[in-house]
Design a protein around this ligand. Structure first.
Ligand code: G6P
Ligand code: MN
Length: 441
């Protein structure tokens, strides 16, 4: 098995340490020669890097080298894989994305509605730059991108790099939901075989089988409705906000029992309810700053201070394990089936070919090979077409610098609808996003 040189771009992230634990856990499946951290923020990167250095000495002695840098060439030269997890503007801009729409009585969320639009316009520029940088030094490296808002980023990258076949956008929400299914069904999550269709953060499970071919779908639905639905991945299980989100998914299933919804649909199906329960002074960004970020920083500081990670409260997270398993399937042509974001091209036969859809695919050395889905029913088709038009308009607004297209986008989005609100929100978002957004006229 070829050993990989892996670069983590955006290594200052609060998810990096969980990813390191996952790489250790999966070292037989995805053996590494070298890990390189790359970030534009040297200070943020350093804490994770110094802790990782100690962690890897103790738990990954097979690793030939671990290093960290802010230099592109040093990072990307001879890379086999680049995992990308950047957040342009950081958590402080995430807080603005959440608060500004709320001020106008509209859903304030990281990837949905106007917040997702704002974040999208920030991410596109940096992602294009980053992919160009990677391709300058590593023309053949696999880029696994989970930068948000993944739906908009995927559309924009497809437009900018239409022939780049080693660039895969991927999200952990379907697998995070499947962990809860596995728990309810008393099965191993990696033994589940999902059927699923949609856009990123906008999709439905239509079937849950196991690898032996048994269909668990109807039993699963009944159990969720009867017993409730809770987050089970360790990273989110005790988080009140995620508990509410999973409870709401049960409500969605009761209202629309045909398919099992992605949790993010709550923002589009119940926008008033989602807005009403928010405290604008303590949105999700604040919770993450004071919760996960603080926790991870403390753990890293402790590792660095003690010179050992032995006592550190670090654990493997599903997000990391999923990315590593997907990477292994691409690297070693394992043909494992995962839900990923890919160009539609007839997969969902009654949606546009150019849509970036999220569907089960076999991950091969030649990229994702999605499974045919056929026609989807009118309700889902209608919802997806509106949402896809929104995503496309945001992307076009970015490339054309068009203010009008943003107003169109938000008017189409189920979280906004009113053109007056759309204008007021866009105007407020422009004010705080000047350093990041293109000029809009
Ligand atoms: C899930 C989604 C990600 C999103 C994250 C937010 O993992 O798939 O796209 O970024 O949740 O979680 P947080 O705990 O930061 O609100
Ligand atoms: Mn996601």
């Amino acid at each position: 098995m070829k050993k990989q040189r892996l670069v983590i771009a955006g290594s200052g992230s609060t998810y990096t340490m969980g990813m390191m634990m996952s790489l250790i856990e999966e070292k037989d499946r995805f053996p590494l020669k070298e890990i390189v951290f790359y970030d534009t923020d040297a200070e943020r990167q350093e804490r994770n890097a110094k802790a990782t250095e100690i962690l890897m000495q103790e738990r990954y002695p097979e690793l030939e080298s671990f290093s960290y840098t802010t230099d592109k060439e040093e990072a990307f030269k001879e890379a086999d894989f680049v995992f990308v997890q950047i957040r342009t503007g950081g958590l402080s801009m995430r807080e603005k994305d959440e608060q500004i729409p709320l001020k106008h009585g509209v859903v304030g969320q990281e990837t949905c509605g106007p917040g997702g639009m704002a974040y999208g316009l920030r991410s596109i520029k940096d992602m294009i730059q980053l992919v160009n940088d990677i391709r300058t030094y590593a023309p053949n490296a696999w880029i696994l991108n989970y930068t948000n808002p993944a739906a908009i980023v995927a559309v924009a990258l497809k437009k900018e790099f239409p022939h780049d076949s080693r660039l895969l956008n991927i999200c952990d929400m379907p697998i995070a939901i499947m962990i809860s299914y596995a728990k309810i069904l008393e099965l191993d999550v990696w033994n589940l075989v999902p059927e699923y269709f949609g856009l990123n953060h906008f999709g439905w499970f239509t079937k849950i089988y196991d690898k032996q071919g048994n269909d668990h779908t109807e039993r699963l639905k009944s159990l969720i409705i009867e017993k409730g639905f809770t987050p089970e991945d360790k990273e989110i299980a005790n988080d009140v906000s995620w508990q509410q989100t999973f409870a709401q998914a049960r409500q969605m299933l009761m209202d629309f029992p045909e398919f099992l919804p992605n949790t993010y649909l709550q923002y589009y199906l119940y926008p008033e309810q989602m807005t009403a329960k928010e405290d604008p002074n303590r949105t999700r960004a604040r919770q993450v700053i004071e919760g996960r970020q603080k926790r991870v920083h403390n753990i890293c500081d402790q590792i660095i201070e003690q010179g050992t990670a032995e006592a550190a409260d670090l654990h493997v997270d599903i997000h990391g394990v999923f990315m590593v398993k997907a990477a292994a399937s691409l690297a070693y042509n394992l043909n494992d089936r995962f839900i990923v974001i890919t160009e539609n091209n007839g997969i969902i036969s009654n949606l546009p070919d150019d849509a970036m859809v999220e569907v089960p695919s076999s991950l091969t050395a030649n990229g994702p090979k999605p499974f045919a889905i056929g026609e989807i029913p009118t309700f889902y088709k209608g919802l997806i077409e509106g949402q896809y038009a929104y995503e496309k308009l945001v992307t076009e607004a970015y490339f054309e610098g068009s203010y009008q297209k943003l107003i169109q986008a938000l008017t189409l989005n189920r979280t906004v609808i009113s053109p007056d609100k759309a204008k007021a929100i866009v105007d407020d978002l422009i004010e705080v996003n000047r350093p990041y957004w293109p000029n809009l006229t």
